[in-house]
Design a protein around this ligand. Structure first.
Ligand code: AMP
Ligand code: GLY
Length: 430
């Protein structure tokens, strides 16, 4: 079978690497891919927002499975278009992808299914939102933090955790009046601020059966000690001991199962990866958000541990036969992924600097360098082309060993301005 993966990040490189290991698979194509997928698969220049050209490519190359990596094409309905053309596609359809595409939709599902989450109000008008803040906190000294979120997709930038009343008013102004997220900010929500450690619990579901993957933990702030601006994620590890086995059982029973039921009940059945972003609060896990795809970078350490053929999992999800699949097999060893980023990220950065040492890192035992924002220059050199550039992922007998292997590999790689956090997975060690 030939497989097409949509996307160009570290997640998609990890997917290409894993899918390529399936004995069922002949060729793996990635659209548009990066320098890493160019060597582990074949890149194709397709625009995911042009469903007709994707379908045309699938028919020409006899693609038996399309895997949609990022949220935007899912929310735009690429899976619906592929299904209508009779092409198997892994991921939720447009209606179900609203779980990530609209924070209000997500909150309504959580509340309807009685799933623990932060309390919230939804607004379509900036003036009403600002009035709500002023009425709730007439005096700055009465203020307690709230979180302001643009309703729609905002490339991970639509959320502001506001430490002062003025910050909350500014966040509302940027979304509702300055419209910095365009249509994605046509409505916004104001949420109670939760405290605790975050964890990512991903499950694969065909709408009936739920297969939960081991918990992972991302590192969203740019700098060590969780300081600095929010990023797409500077590293991740798996499993995350903050989520105990009891927590996992509880999360399945009280979060994942009721979500899948609720989606069925309201006529938007969910198929694909259901990714619960959780806050492990003193009152137990609460859902911060749902994503409708693999997390990036969580996908890299997760897939490095997965031993089951991922193509079997994906086809069973599409065919509604997950109940017939054997229990997933995992490498018991933990994995750690350290992201290397371009100077200036998450703000603007220069591109085109040649990256040295990738092959020296890649040959290390139990290490895989997943590419994200990389491309091949005209001279064939691998150069940085995005904010998050590489996800160096390693396995070890313990999290500490996986961490030290990952950082040993990181130390072999350099380019002008390349940087990384030095404390990925430390929360699990302390
Ligand atoms: P989201 O896109 O909803 O996951 O939000 C992005 C990040 O903002 C999360 O990973 C958290 O770090 C933070 N965040 C979101 N909602 C809350 C909340 N209610 N309380 C505290 N932090 C939050
Ligand atoms: N790692 C966070 C995300 O994929 O949204």
């Amino acid at each position: 079978m030939n497989v097409l993966i949509i996307g160009s990040g570290g997640r998609e490189h990890a997917l290409a690497w894993k899918i390529n290991q399936s004995p069922k698979v002949q060729s793996v194509f990635v659209a548009p891919g990066n320098a890493g997928t160019a060597s582990d698969a074949e890149n194709v220049d397709l625009d995911a927002s042009d469903a007709r050209s994707v379908i045309w490519f699938c028919e020409r190359k006899r693609i038996g499975l399309v895997v949609v990596g990022p949220e935007a094409p899912l929310v735009d309905g690429l899976v619906d278009a592929l299904e209508s053309a009779g092409i198997k596609a892994f991921g939720p359809n447009q209606a179900a992808a609203q779980l990530e595409g609209s924070k209000t939709f997500c909150k309504q599902v959580l509340i309807a299914a009685n799933i623990p989450t932060a309390s919230y109000q939804s607004f379509t008008d900036g003036e009403n939102a600002a009035r709500h803040i002023m009425e709730r906190f007439p005096d700055e000294k009465d203020y307690s933090p709230v979180v302001v979120k643009a309703d729609g997709l905002a490339a991970g930038k639509g959320v502001s955790v506001c430490q002062t009343r003025q910050e909350a008013l500014d966040a509302i102004d940027r979304i509702a009046n300055q419209k910095i997220f365009g249509e994605a900010g046509a409505s916004l929500i104001i949420e109670e601020c939760l405290h605790g450690q975050e964890a990512s619990v991903l499950a694969i579901t065909d709408g009936q059966t739920i297969v939960t993957l081991p918990a992972a933990q991302d590192h969203k702030p740019a700098f060590d000690g969780d300081t600095g601006p929010n990023t797409g994620g500077m590293g991740a590890y798996c499993p995350a001991p903050i989520v105990t086995e009891d927590d996992m059982d509880w999360i399945e029973e009280h979060v994942l199962v009721p979500t899948v039921h609720q989606m069925n009940k309201q006529g938007t059945p969910f198929k694909g990866v259901l990714y619960a972003g959780l806050m492990m609060t003193s009152q137990g896990p609460k859902v911060l958000e749902y994503n409708v795809r693999f997390g990036d970078p969580e996908c890299q350490p997760l897939l490095m541990r997965l031993k089951t053929d991922i193509v079997d999992i994906m086809l069973a999800t599409i065919d509604g036969t997950l109940d017939q699949l054997d229990a997933l097999q995992w490498d018991p060893r933990p994995t750690v992924c350290v992201v290397m980023a371009s100077e200036g990220y998450p703000e603007s950065y220069e591109k085109g600097h040649a990256i040295d040492g990738i092959s020296n890192a890649d040959v290390l035992e139990d290490v895989k360098v997943f590419h994200a924002g990389t491309t091949l220059s005209d001279r064939g050199a691998t150069v940085n082309a995005g904010g998050r550039v590489l996800g160096i992922t390693a396995a070890g007998e313990s999290i500490a060993e996986a961490k030290s292997r990952a950082y040993e590999a990181v130390s072999k790689i350099s380019w002008q301005g390349g940087w990384y956090r030095t404390d990925i997975s430390d929360k699990a060690l302390n």
